[in-house]
Design a protein around this ligand. Structure first.
Ligand code: ZN
Ligand code: ZN
Length: 370
């Protein structure tokens, strides 16, 4: 990166236009638009800037199929400077994910799957032999800087005949490691009304807008009592779009009842990135603009809100003296067809497009898909 690299004429989501000057990967000055001095000035008139986007639910371990992908493909190349792997790996292979992350431009954190095999299989909690508390606790000790929580996928195809047993074990492991849980929900059994009461403050329920029969809203679109109670306890709602877990119908129910996402995440991996319905973080964010959330609200879910949950406030701000961690994007007045996980299409008249990021001391241009 140049000596004094100036990102010129970019708008904050508040509308204020600024120049950001970066030297040696650090933000050294933020000034009124047009006043930035430096050796390399790039004009971004018409673009927005925010702190680097954070995706709280991705699958970044490329060896696994279907739930795997290359780190930078789902990170910096689509405007996301920080990804949080959602339990692709358990204790057996988390060390390999750490090694891979060190060779990537994208910043990586992870939820450790309570199944030691992780997503080597998609029914990773169907045999309780695959849960080994000692190994899991050891992995947390070894990679504490990298692991931000524990992951348990609590739906019928994952837990088989074990119902709530894996979730009770996860709860106990959370206590022993002082880590929060991210719990995937989906088809029952177990019944969602039995799952949600086991979540505590700071835990995350991911896939909260899924349209399966075991979802969090009743026939009339009202949020279930267990959900309302969980929000009051401080349980965090995460989108985790994925191939099967985002329904426009349910998202509209949620919007109507102000059951808003704390974090918007993609649950992206190779197949749903290339073939949809996820494609990218930009496209996922566009869906929430379409639903009627403001640009400020949408961007907050992938910046300040996610950074707060991670206890890393510096990742959610643009401040002189900080390591530069930025996403540059546009909001285009452009018709775009959006599709949810149930194949339902909606047409939006706006589209968010990621243009580039500054991370790891570099400016990286985004590659555009959908
Ligand atoms: Zn899931
Ligand atoms: Zn996932």
């Amino acid at each position: 990166m140049h000596e004094r690299f100036v990102i010129s004429n970019v708008k904050l989501i508040t509308g204020e236009a600024i120049d950001i000057i970066i030297a040696n990967g650090i933000i050294v000055e933020v000034v009124e638009a047009g006043y930035g001095l430096g050796s390399h000035i790039v004009d971004y008139s018409g673009s927005y800037v925010s702190s680097g986007w954070i995706d709280m639910h991705v699958h970044a371990f490329p060896d696994f199929d279907p739930y795997g992908d290359e780190i930078d493909e789902i990170g910096v190349k689509q405007g996301v400077t920080t990804i949080v792997d959602a339990g692709s790996c358990g204790a057996d292979r988390i060390g390999e994910l750490v090694t891979r992350s060190e060779k990537s431009d994208t910043r990586v954190f992870a939820f450790l799957n309570i199944s030691t095999i992780g997503l080597a299989r998609t029914d990773e909690l169907s045999d309780l032999e695959w849960i080994d508390n000692a190994k899991t606790i050891q992995a947390v000790q070894d990679f504490g800087h990298f692991i931000v929580g524990l992951k348990a996928r609590i739906s019928s195809s994952v837990v088989g005949e074990h119902g709530l047993v894996p979730l009770h074990i996860a709860r106990e492991l959370a206590k022993q490691t002082s880590l929060p849980l991210m719990v995937h929900i989906g088809s029952g059994p177990p019944n969602i009304k039995d799952v949600i009461p086991l979540l505590e403050q700071k835990d995350i329920v991911t896939h909260y807008l899924n349209g399966k029969s075991n979802n969090l809203f009743d026939e009339e679109g009202k949020p279930l009592r267990v959900l309302v109670n969980a929000i009051e306890r401080g349980v965090h709602l995460d989108v985790g779009h994925g191939s099967a877990s985002f329904s426009f119908k349910v998202a509209e129910f949620a919007k109507q009842h102000h059951i808003d996402p704390h974090t918007i995440s993609t649950d992206i991996y190779r197949r749903n990135r290339l073939n949809g319905p996820v494609y990218s973080m930009s496209q996922t964010l566009t869906k929430f603009l379409y639903l009627g959330y403001s640009l400020q609200e949408v961007i907050a879910t992938v910046t300040t809100r996610a950074a707060e949950w991670l206890d890393k406030p510096e990742l959610g701000r643009i401040q002189v003296g900080d390591v530069a961690n930025l996403t540059i994007f546009t909001v285009n007045d452009e018709q775009t067809v959006l599709v949810d996980s149930d194949g339902i299409q909606r047409t939006s008249d706006k589209r968010i497009e990621a243009k580039g990021v500054v991370v790891n001391g570099q400016f990286i241009e985004c590659e555009i898909w959908a």
